[in-house]
Design a protein around this ligand. Structure first.
Ligand SMILES: Cc1cc2nc3c(=O)[nH]c(=O)nc-3n(C[C@H](O)[C@H](O)[C@H](O)COP(=O)(O)OP(=O)(O)OC[C@H]3O[C@@H](n4cnc5c(N)ncnc54)[C@H](O)[C@@H]3O)c2cc1C
Length: 234
């Protein structure tokens, strides 16, 4: 399937094979259902391919990467945007401003005049979907679980990963498993990344056998520490 506007291709999430279930004791058994990811589409090249396409529609002079919007001020019929860039403060005068950021992130900006109390409270209290979550990634030479008749999807009540899935790219160049970390942001911070990775590795070995240990690289992406996603937590 291809996105008509940007001609970006997508591919189906790998979902051929058994789904596994790991109970609180670590025992693993087949889960009698199809992968909940079956039929899901992923973008070739990842979501970055989409943002790359969008940036081609913006003239180079108007594309300010590494700049942080700090405040918005109404000036007559215009809006003045206060921006912090690598080379210092910048002001942009615009007829209109469209904010494409999460409401809670928008709530951290300085508005002049101040927003009505109710609007400000609404922005600050609107949860950002998934903002407190973290994902664990393990990269491999081969998708060895497929040879075991597994699709990579496993639900678990045993270790830090509540569920795992095949995250291999469409190219067949390398393979990957990813897992949603089921521990809350505070517990994750207390454990620290090396310990979390160690625990997740043991869990994957328990589910997918010893080859799961032979990863080229393992890492965790924790959105709760991202100030532009989860400003209330970071
Ligand atoms: C753990 C997790 C898993 C997810 N999984 C999926 C999934 O499997 N499938 C799916 O479809 N969606 C998923 N999502 C949701 C998806 O990531 C969001 O829906 C999507 O990113 C929203 O895009 P957006 O452009 O609206 O906002 P964002 O991606 O939040 O982009 C906003 C951008 O604005 C920037 N920004 C913020 N404040 C400022 C500022 N003051 N100045 C300058 N720049 C600023 C941010 O850095 C960011 O780059 C997931 C999200 C998380 C956190």
């Amino acid at each position: 399937m291809r996105s008509e506007k940007f001609e970006i291709s997508s591919f189906e999430q790998y979902s051929t094979g058994k789904v596994l279930w790991q109970d609180t004791q670590g025992h693993v058994q087949e889960y009698p259902m199809a992968s909940p990811m079956a039929g899901a589409l992923r973008i070739q090249g990842g979501i970055g391919a989409l943002t790359q396409c969008i940036t081609t529609e913006i003239s180079a002079g108007n594309l300010l990467l590494g700049h942080v919007l700090q405040g918005l001020q109404i000036q007559g019929d215009n809006v003045r945007a206060e921006v912090q860039g690598p080379e210092g403060q910048l002001e942009i005068l615009a007829k209109r401003v469209a904010l494409a950021i999460a409401p809670r992130v928008a709530g951290t900006l300085a508005y002049r005049p101040a927003l009505p109390d109710r609007t400000q409270r609404l922005l600050e209290s609107t949860p950002t979907w998934m903002a407190g979550h973290a994902k664990f990634f393990a990269l491999y030479e081969e998708p060895f679980w497929r040879d075991l008749g597994l699709c990579g999807t496993a639900m678990s009540q045993h270790g830090p990963l509540a569920e795992s899935h095949d995250a291999s790219s469409h190219t067949g160049d390398g393979a990957s498993l990813f897992g949603f970390v089921g521990l809350d942001a505070k517990t994750r911070a207390q454990l620290g990344e090396p310990e979390l990775i160690r625990m997740a590795t043991e869990q994957l070995v328990g589910i997918f056998e010893e080859k799961a240990r032979l990863s080229n690289e393992m890492f965790i992406k924790d959105w709760s520490t991202e100030p532009f996603t989860a400003p209330h937590m970071a």
